[in-house]
Design a protein around this ligand. Sequence first.
Ligand SMILES: NC(=O)c1ccc[n+]([C@@H]2O[C@H](COP(=O)([O-])OP(=O)(O)OC[C@H]3O[C@@H](n4cnc5c(N)ncnc54)[C@H](OP(=O)(O)O)[C@@H]3O)[C@@H](O)[C@H]2O)c1
Length: 281
Amino acid sequence: MKVVVTGSKGQLGTDLLLALEPAKNVEAIGLDLHNADITNRANLIEVFDGLCPDVVIHGAAYTAVDKAESEPELAYKINAIGTRNIVEACEKYGSHLIYVSTDYVFDGTSTVPYLEWDKVNPQSIYGKSKYAGEMELRPTDTVVRTSWVCGEFGSNMVKTVFNLKDKEGPLKFVDDQHGCPSFTSDLAIKLIELGLNKIPGRFHVTNQSPTTWFEFVKEIIRVSKGDVFRVVPIKTEELDPPRPAPRPKYSVLDNCALRLMGIDLLPDWHETLEKVIKKLS
Ligand SMILES: NC(=O)c1ccc[n+]([C@@H]2O[C@H](COP(=O)([O-])OP(=O)(O)OC[C@H]3O[C@@H](n4cnc5c(N)ncnc54)[C@H](OP(=O)(O)O)[C@@H]3O)[C@@H](O)[C@H]2O)c1
C-alpha cells in the first residue's frame, strides 16, 4: 500500500512518517512545499501520476493563525484551493483521502464538548480557511478535527515552555481558553489506522482530559522539573500585545464518532507529555 503524507516536514507530518516506518507492506512517501506545492494544480497532478497513492494523509496547511488575519488570500489558497487540488488528484488516482482539520471551526461559545455533527462557526481566517478545505472533500473522504497539536518536532507549546523552564520570571498563560492537547505521536497512529482501513466520515481526535493553557503549561513545567510557581494565570483580554486572531474560549472536541464506532481513543495527554518531555530532555 502506498501512503502519501503531505506536510511531511511539519510537526505532525514528521511523526506520521516515523509511525509509518514499521508498518508492514506500506510504502510511505512524504510530500512538502519543496517537492509538491499543493497550490500548483498541474504540478501536483504530475507528482501523483508518478505515485498513484492508495491513501493520502493531507496535513499540509497554512497554519500561521495570527498572520492569516493579514494575509487571508494566502490562507485560503493553501487550505481551500490546495485541498481542492489534493481532492482532484485523489479522485484521478483512486486514493482515499484524510484531511486534518481543526477545533477552530467552532466559535467556542459552547460549554459542553463539541460533537462531530455540531454546527460550525469559525471566527478566524485560519478557522474559516480550514473549514473551506473541509467543504472541498468528497463524502467518502475522512475528516479528522484535532486541537492544540504538540510533540517532539516543529514548534509548539510543549517545546516553547520546555525551553523556558530554566529561565527566570513569570510565565503568563490564559486560564479562560479550554481545550484538549493532541500529541502528534498519538494522533499519527490514529490517522494511520483510519487511513489504512479507509474509514470515511468526520472524526474528532484529541488526547483525553480537557484543560486550560495555564494548567497545561503548569504541568509541562512540573514534568520538566521547573518552578511551577512561575506560571501565572491571566485572562485573554490581558494578553499583551493582544493576538490578531480570535481563539475559541472553549473548543473541547468530544471524540464521539470514534467512541460510537468502538474505535480506541487516544490516551490522556498527561501520559504522553511525560514521554515527550523525557525525549526532549
Ligand atoms: N498546530 C495546531 O495546533 C493544529 C491544531 C489543529 C489542527 N491542525 C492541523 O494539523 C495539520 C498539521 O499541523 P502542523 O502543526 O503539523 O503544521 P505545520 O508544522 O505548520 O506543518 C504544515 C506543513 O505544510 C507545509 N505547507 C505549507 N504550505 C504548503 C504548500 N503550499 N504546499 C505544500 N506544503 C505546504 C509546510 O511547509 P513550510 O513549513 O515549508 O511552509 C509545513 O511543512 C494542519 O492541517 C493543521 O491545520 C494543527
